[in-house]
Design a protein around this ligand. Structure first.
Ligand code: ZN
Ligand code: ZN
Length: 145
């Protein structure tokens, strides 16, 4: 599993990438928060413990980790980019009400070995949109009033 922070450090070492303390914190935050945070979210959380951290450092770190193949950038609709540690194949469900992004497992091996056998796949994005259970629930309560 790539998501474990020790494994991530191992991969960085193998790729000869050295991360400063601040950059490592960005990576750790992503590894621990599977909520697909935006730069602003990462910034406001990490800034509490690292006041000297800048948004630029976060951007640069995320860009570097993306280049290294460790971080996945999600751009869904017109909302700001969200980030996650690259995980095994999964799709994303974005709730149009609360804007949370949920992972769902997705096995694409069959598609890749049949329909897309002759294609060179660089990225995989599967997006579903709709309402999450919590928002559905509050919708229902609203209409009962
Ligand atoms: Zn929702
Ligand atoms: Zn995800």
């Amino acid at each position: 599993m790539i998501e474990n922070i020790e494994n991530l450090k191992e991969i960085l070492r193998a790729k000869n990438i050295r991360l400063s303390h601040q950059r490592l914190k960005v990576l750790e935050y992503l590894a621990q928060n599977k909520t697909h945070p935006s730069v602003d979210e990462i910034y406001s959380e990490l800034q509490k413990s690292i006041p000297s951290l800048s948004r630029t450092t976060i951007y640069n770190t995320l860009h570097m980790l993306k280049e290294a193949g460790l971080v996945n950038v999600l751009t869904i609709g017109d909302s700001e980019a969200r980030y996650e540690i690259i995980a095994e194949n999964h799709g994303h469900f974005k709730c149009t009400s609360c804007e949370n992004i949920f992972d769902f497992s997705l096995s694409v091996e069959e598609i890749e070995s049949s329909d897309l056998a002759d294609f060179d796949i660089k990225e995989r994005d599967v997006y579903f949109r709709g309402l999450c259970p919590d928002c559905l629930e509050s919708d229902r309560k609203d209409s009962e009033k």
